[in-house]
Design a protein around this ligand. Sequence first.
Ligand SMILES: Nc1ncnc2c1ncn2[C@@H]1O[C@H](COP(=O)(O)OP(=O)(O)OP(=O)(O)O)[C@@H](O)[C@H]1O
Ligand SMILES: [Mg+2]
Length: 250
Amino acid sequence: MPKLLEFEQLKKSHANSSEALLFSHVSAALDHHDRVALLGISGQGKSTLLRILSLLDVADEGDIRLEGVSSTQTDPIAWRKNVCYVAQQAVMLPGSVQDNLQTVHHLHHIPYDAQLVSKLLTQLGLDTMDLHKNAADLSGGEKQRIALIRSLLLRPKILLLDEITASLDLSNAKRVEEMLQDWHRQEGTSMIWVTHQLEQAARISDYVWFMGNNTLLEKTAAGQFFKQPETELARQFLDQPLVRGELCLS
Ligand SMILES: Nc1ncnc2c1ncn2[C@@H]1O[C@H](COP(=O)(O)OP(=O)(O)OP(=O)(O)O)[C@@H](O)[C@H]1O
Ligand SMILES: [Mg+2]
């Protein structure tokens, strides 16, 4: 049986130069229910990889398959309905908050599940929000959470989460995390979650994919990665004083 998502030998050069390599030989597979924390220092190409996996960007080389079917044989809109990228900087569509929440209903003719919306708004601390408010007037953190709900309404098979709690205060970041854990338990959605917060990564992942040296250097069970990573580079990454403090290792 094919894996839920498989990618092989992905290669990407920097935006303004076909010479400078961003990453190459990037291969991995994701199964149903898998939760992956995608880690690595800034500029390694984590966001670029997620955008390639949701067909918002293209790799120079390589192949991506969803349940055995190549991305080249799939309509990108249909693909993105199943492999949904949630960006750090949420983009609101013109109109009200309600209009934004109903986007999936209008675009994909999926019935609007008002009960689910209400539950998710409550879980994310947005239950008192006036849904008739212009979406453009929301704060960055409010936009972030509305965009997340908008994505969940698609009920994608895979969520690609790009630093989605980075602009939130601690208590709201915790709400997002708990809601997604709850969603994962109930829906079984697979997730690849980019975060720079190592403590969060340890809480939300079964596996760690570590990017370094212009490739996907490690694919390890999360417990093993945080205890004893395979590569020197990952050891150095975890050894930064801030990270050690965050993980209560020192
Ligand atoms: N479409 C693109 N094609 C090629 N290179 C890109 C593209 N978009 C961004 N880049 C470049 O690739 C590099 C990595 O960017 P990316 O945003 O993927 O890194 P990142 O690992 O997500 O970093 P951070 O942790 O800071 O978010 C940057 O130098 C960026 O300028
Ligand atoms: Mg990024």
